[in-house]
Design a protein around this ligand. Structure first.
Ligand code: 9PG
Length: 636
C-alpha cells in the first residue's frame, strides 16, 4: 500500500486532570484540542491548538502504516531495503542495517536512557515480558532519530527527515520482513508530555521525503547523493553555523582523563611552543572543577582558571574548557537548589552514573528562572572572567528528560534549544560552542561544532566490558570512525563535525601503526575538527610528524563535505572533494574492494608514503588490502 495516501495521523495525549489514561484522536482533534494534518506532495505539516476547558498533556503524533504485503512511497517499491539508522545523540551509533539485523540497545539502564531516545520504542514497555521482548529485539525492526534512509544497493534511496526548525524531535520506526520488504513505517513527533491549554498553539516540526533513483557512476551511491542534498537543504533551513575556520587542537581527556592538574596542563602547553606543534586550540576537559555543577576550580588548580586561559592565549592559542551545564553531582551544592529537576513523586531525576565522578548525577530544570540566572553566571564566569573562548558543552541530552519542569509548556527539543540559546546569548557570537552528548537537531543553528560519535579509546574495539553490556556506544576507535564516516553529510551543512580525538601515541596505546594510520586518514578527510589527546611531553617524534601531516591535510579538506563511495556498515572509502580519497580495510583479514572512482585514479599516490596506490583497475576500481591496510590517494 502507498504510504502517503494511506497512512493516518493520530494524536496521543492525556488530560492534565487525569494523566493516567492515554487518549487518541485523528484530525480534527477533540473538544479540547484541534489537530490538523496535511500531506502536500512529499511534505508533512500539522498544527495543534488548545481549545475548550480541559488542558491536555501532549504525548506524540504518529503517522503510521502497517501492511504485511509491503509499503511503497509513490509507486516506489523495492524488495530489498537496507536502512541507514541515525542515532539519537552525539554518541549514538549510526550505521547501515540489513533486514536480518537487530537494533539492540545496551542492557545497562542508565546508559540506555542516555544514548537512546528516552521516548523510544525501547522505553515504552509496561510489563516485564514486553520489556524482555524489546530487549531481545526483533529482526528488521529499527528506530532512527531525525532522519532515516531506505536504500536499495547503491542505485535507489528514499530519505525521510526533519527539514526545518520545530519544537518536537522526530523519530522513525521501520519494520522490514525477511525479504527486506517494508511492512511497517511510522513517523513520530514527540511532545514529551507538553502542557497544552486553550492559549496554546504549535506546529509539527517539518518533515519531508526525498528520493534518488538515478545512477551516475562518477558520483556517490544514491543514498549519499540524497544525504548531501538533504543536508544542504535542511542545514539552510536550520541556519546551520558553517563558517568556522579549520581547527586543530589538543584535548586533555583521552590521556589524563580526570587526572589533570595545573602542572600537567602547563607542561603540555609549553610543549606546544617548544616543539612548535601546529594547533590552534588548547582545551581543558573534565577534572578541573570542584564538582559537576560546581564549576569553580578544585585544589589541583591553585592559580585558578583565568591564569590558565591567559597562559593559553599568551601562547597564541584558543582557550577551551569543558562543562556539563545541565548536570549536578551530590557534592555540587545544587541538591538543595530550587532548580533540581524532580519527578512526579518529588524525587530528584537521576541522570548517568559516571565511574569517573562520585557516582550518580542529577538533572537540572533548564526551564526554571533560577537555573537561567545560575547558568548565565557560570557562562559569564568562564567566558568573561576567566577568558575562555571555546566551550565544550557536554551531556546535553539531560535537558530532554521528563520531570516536573517549572515550565510544563516545553518539549524536550524546546528545552535543549532554549538552554543552548541562552548560552549563546550570554557568551556572544564569537564564542565557539561545541555540542557533545547532544540530541543533534535541536542544537543546529546554535553550536558551531558538534560531536558526531562516541568517545574514542586507545583500543580498536574498546573495552571488553562493552560486549558484556552489549553496548554499541562504549568508547572505542572503530565505532567512532564508523560514525565519522556515516555522519559526514552534516559537516559544513549543520555545523563543523567533531569526530573526537586522535590517539597518536605509541606507548600506553593498543592501536597498531596500521590502525593509527587508518584513524588519521578518516579524521583528516572528514574535514572536521582534528584533536590530539596525548601527553605532548612524551609524544614520539614520529607521531608528531604524522600530526603535522594530518593538520596540513585537514586544512585542505575542511571546507568540503566528504562522502563514502561504497555503502555498508563500515564504509571502506571516504572521498573529500578537495581531491583526496581514502580506502581502507577495517578488518583483520585481507579484503578486495570494488567501487566507482570519483574521477581518474590511475597514477594517484598515497598521501602518507608517496607510493603509488596499487589499484588493479581504473573507473570501476579494484584494490586488495591487507588487515587494517589503508591508502589515502591524492587524486591527480
Ligand atoms: C568527560 C568526557 C569527555 C568526552 C565526552 C564525555 O557514560 N559515561 O559514564 C560517560 C562518561 C564520559 C563520556 C561519556 C559517557 O564522555 O564525550 O569527550 O569530555 O565526557 O567526562
Amino acid at each position: 500500500m502507498d504510504f502517503l495516501s494511506t497512512a493516518r495521523p493520530e494524536l496521543y495525549f492525556r488530560y492534565a486532570d487525569e494523566p493516567g489514561t492515554e487518549h487518541r484522536a485523528g484530525p480534527p482533534g477533540d473538544a479540547n484540542i484541534a489537530f490538523s494534518f496535511s500531506v502536500a506532495g512529499t511534505t508533512l505539516r500539522g498544527d495543534l491548538r488548545g481549545q475548550g476547558k480541559r488542558p491536555v498533556l501532549l504525548e506524540r503524533v504518529e503517522f503510521s502504516l502497517k501492511d504485511p504485503r509491503g509499503i511503497s512511497f509513490g509507486g516506489n517499491t523495492a524488495d530489498h531495503w537496507s536502512v541507514f539508522k541515525h542515532g539519537y545523540q552525539s554518541w549514538s551509533f549510526s550505521s547501515i542495517y540489513e533486514s536480518r539485523d537487530l537494533d539492540l540497545p545496551t542492557w545497562l539502564t542508565w546508559k540506555r536512557r542516555m544514548d537512546e531516545n528516552p521516548e523510544s520504542y525501547f522505553s515504552g514497555a509496561v510489563s516485564l515480558p514486553a520489556m524482555i521482548q524489546k530487549m531481545l529485539g526483533r529482526r528488521g525492526l529499527f528506530q532512527s532519530d531525525g532522519l532515516i534512509v531506505l536504500m536499495q544497493q547503491d542505485r535507489r534511496a528514499i530519505l525521510w527527515g526533519v527539514t526545518g526548525p520545530g519544537n518536537q524531535m522526530v523519530r522513525f520506526l521501520v519494520q522490514l520482513n525477511e525479504q527486506g520488504q517494508l511492512v511497517r513505517f511510522s513517523i513520530c513527533w514527540d511532545f514529551n508530555g507538553q502542557y497544552f491549554d486553550h492559549h496554546s498553539l504549535t506546529s509539527l516540526t517539518p518533515v519531508e521525503m526525498l528520493q534518488e533513483e538515478r545512477h551516475r557512476p562518477v558520483e556517490a551511491p544514491a543514498s549519499q547523493s540524497l544525504l548531501l542534498r538533504y543536508a544542504a537543504r535542511a542545514g539552510r533551513a536550520l541556519r546551520g553555523r558553517t563558517q568556522s575556520a579549520p581547527l586543530s587542537g589538543w584535548c586533555s581527556w583521552y590521556y589524563y582523563y580526570t587526572n589533570i592538574n595545573q602542572e600537567n596542563i602547563l607542561s603540555n602547553l609549553s610543549q606546544v611552543q617548544l616543539r612548535r606543534i601546529p594547533l590552534e586550540l588548547f582545551q581543558i576537559d573534565d577534572g578541573y572543577q570542584k564538582a559537576v555543577g560546581n564549576w569553580n576550580p578544585n585544589e589541583k588548580f591553585p592559580e585558578g582558571m583565568a591564569y590558565l586561559a591567559r597562559s593559553i592565549k599568551k601562547a597564541g592559542l584558543r582557550a577551551g574548557i569543558w562543562l556539563a551545564p545541565f548536570l549536578a553531582e551530590k557534592k555540587s551544592g545544587l541538591m538543595e537548589s530550587a532548580f533540581l529537576l524532580r519527578d512526579e513523586h518529588g524525587h530528584p531525576v537521576r541522570a548517568l552514573s559516571n565511574p569517573n565522578w562520585s557516582g550518580n548525577t542529577y538533572i537540572l530544570d533548564v526551564t526554571h528562572p533560577e537555573f537561567k540566572s545560575w547558568l548565565v553566571s557560570v557562562i559569564e564566569m568562564m567566558v568573561h572572567d576567566w577568558g575562555f573562548d571555546y566551550l565544550k558543552l557536554d551531556f546535553l541530552y539531560a535537558a530532554c528528560f521528563r520531570g516536573k519542569h517549572h515550565d510544563p509548556r516545553t518539549t524536550a527539543a524546546s528545552r535543549l534549544r532554549d538552554a543552548l540559546k541562552l548560552i549563546r546569548r550570554t557568551g556572544g557570537r564569537q564564542l565557539q560552542l561545541v555540542g557533545c552528548g547532544a540530541p543533534l537537531f535541536p542544537a543546529a543553528g546554535i553550536v558551531d561544532i558538534m560531536r558526531i560519535g562516541m568517545d574514542v579509546y586507545h583500543k580498536w574495539d574498546g573495552m571488553p566490558i562493552g560486549t558484556l553490556l552489549r553496548d554499541r556506544n562504549i568508547p572505542q576507535m572503530k565505532g567512532a570512525l564508523i560514525n565519522t564516516i556515516q555522519r559526514s553529510f552534516f559537516h559544513r551543512n549543520f555545523w563543523m563535525n567533531d569526530p573526537d580525538c586522535l590517539i597518536l601515541r605509541q606507548k600506553e596505546s593498543r592501536l597498531s601503526p596500521a590502525q593509527i594510520k587508518l584513524m588519521a586518514s578518516v579524521m583528516a578527510l572528514s574535514g572536521g575538527l582534528v584533536l590530539t589527546s596525548d601527553d605532548l611531553t612524551q609524544l614520539e617524534e614520529e607521531s608528531l610528524k604524522l600530526w603535522e601531516r594530518i593538520v596540513e591535510l585537514n586544512r585542505k579538506c575542511s571546507a568540503f563535505t566528504p562522502f563514502p563511495l561504497d555503502h555498508g556498515s563500515f564504509p571502506r572509502t571516504l572521498y573529500n572533494p578537495a581531491g583526496f580519497l581514502g580506502v581502507w580495510n577495517p578488518t583483520n583479514r585481507p579484503q578486495r574492494l570494488l567501487f566507482h572512482a570519483p574521477g581518474v585514479v590511475a597514477g594517484a599516490r598515497d598521501y602518507w608514503s608517496g607510493a603509488l596506490v596499487p589499484w588493479k583497475s581504473d573507473r570501476q576500481v579494484e584494490i586488495h588490502l591487507g588487515a587494517f591496510e589503508s591508502f589515502l590517494a591524492v587524486l591527480p
